[in-house]
Each structure stands twice: as structure tokens, then as C-alpha cells.
Design a protein around this ligand. Sequence first.
Ligand code: NAP
Length: 285
Amino acid sequence: MAAVLIDGKALAARVREEVAASVAQLDHVGVATVLVGDDPASHIYINLKQKAAEAAGIEARDHRIPAGTSEDDVLALIAELNADDAVDGLLVQLPLPGHIDEATVIEAIDPAKDIDGIHPTNAGRLYLGRPTLVPGTPLGVMRMLEEYEIELQGAHAVVIGRSSIVGKPMAQLLLAANATVTMCHSRTRDLAHHTLDADILVAAIGKPHMVTADMVKVGATVIDVGLTRTDEGLFGDVDPAAAERAAFITPVPGGVGPMTIAMVLQNTVTAARARRAKDLANPAH
Ligand code: NAP
């Protein structure tokens, strides 16, 4: 029997409507994006984020600065946006040019405005199981699992990939939801041994169709985060033939991809609300 397809496109549209409704209730919500250099893919991502923010009624400021900008100048721009009360969310597009230290730039972002959830303070809060801003992709996966009522408590979740933006926060979120989590990576011995025991399998690798159907447990929920663009098209990490064994599976495209931007917008609303709540608690703030 073929798996139920998890429709990320439809769910992302719903999240964006929810965000727009929340923005309408708040006085003003603002986001600022910073893009350094002329990487074409980064310009496409920023265009998408800008458009999505505006469509949700969020005021979107678009800072695109030359590749040769010094680290000090980038840090000065971030300090200015941190101090600007009209900016609720601040997003720096990665990767940065080689002469700029990414860790320094990320640590310069006000954690309260860090809608990508990449600041060490937010990553630490997630690790400690405290409420925080979480990277959009794993947050989107959690929303998908919730929407399709996938039982997480006590389930065995296997995450392939351990990046700071996907694999690690994904594992933390699944753990917080009481799954039993196994993390796999490029040095994992006998990957199939782990994946075949996964009730929930999340692939965040970046290797087209590396997870073959025979690596998937019958009845599993399979979440394919991978996106690799080749001359032949866009490929996920999971062979679509896995749909013959899985109970639920995300397609590529139209699965996890559309959720990421929607969740970054949701993070902007979360950040805006939290900043206002602080103001209410401390009017002198
Ligand atoms: P990344 O930083 O390159 O991490 C890839 C991970 O995969 C690493 O932890 C690596 O292990 C592991 N890996 C590589 N080869 C492996 C193998 N043969 N067996 C098991 N594990 C292996 O990538 P990322 O940023 O997490 O992104 C992963 C994929 O998701 C990419 O295709 C990316 O384009 C996609 N992505 C999609 C979205 C979206 O919106 N849908 C968002 C973000 C990322 P080591 O740590 O040992 O090297």
C-alpha cells in the first residue's frame, strides 16, 4: 500500500495565513534581512523570504551589501538593527563571504530577534528544553508530524544528519516530544540497521536518494529534508519508492521545503510577541 503524502505546500499556506492573522492583531511586525555578496542562490532565498514576509503583512527591510564589506561594517549594521525597535526579527543569510567569521556574526545578533534560531543562546535553550526560537526547518517538521497526528511519545525516531540548522535541533525537538532518538551521520556504522528500526525517519543529508526503500521500516513516517538540485531536477535524500513501505512520507518538492519559510515567519511573530510581553512586564524597558 502506498504511503499518505504529507502535503507541506498546503500546510505552509495555512501557517502563512495564521501568521498574517497574528500580524493583523499586533500593531506592527518588522523583519530585516541582511545579505552580503552576490551568491545567486542566496539572492533567490532572500527574495522568497522578503515576498513571504510582505504577503503576511510584515514590514520587510532588505539590506543587500557588497561582498567586499568588512566584518566590522557587517557587525555595525547588525548592532543598528538590534537597537531598532521596529525590527522584531533579524535574519542574516548564510553563507557569508570567506573574510567574515560566521560565528562572530551569528553571536552579534540579538537572541530575542534571532528568527533563524541559530544564536548559541537559543541553541542552548533548546538543548535545555526551554522555550526559544528554533530553526525553521526542524520546527516545520514538528508541525507536519503534529498535523498528521504522528505518535511521537515512545516512538523510535532516527535522524540522519547532525548539522546545527537541521539534524541537531531536529533531534532535540523529537526528544522533547518524548521520542527515543538516534542520531546518525557519515561515520555511522550500518546505517540501514538503524533506519530499519525507525518509526520516524528524518533524512537531512544532501545526497540524492541515498535512503533506499529497503532501508525503511514498514509503516514508518519518513520525512525527507534533503534538497539537491542537479541538471535533472530537484532530488530529496529518500528514494520515492520508499512510499511503498512507509505509512506517511513527504514528497520532494512540496514537502519540507515550503514549511521552512512559513516557520521563519511564525518565528517573527513569536519574537514580536515576546518583545512586547517584556515591554508590558517592564514598561521602562
Ligand atoms: P550539512 O550541514 O551538509 O549536513 C549533512 C549531514 O549529513 C552531516 O551531518 C553529515 O555527516 C551527514 N551525512 C553525509 N553523508 C552521509 C552518509 N553517507 N551517511 C549518513 N550521514 C551522512 O547539511 P544540512 O544543512 O543539514 O542540510 C541537509 C540537506 O537538507 C541538504 O540537502 C539541504 O539542502 C537540505 N535542507 C533543506 C531545507 C529545506 O527547507 N527543505 C533546509 C535546510 C537544509 P557528518 O556530520 O559526519 O559530516
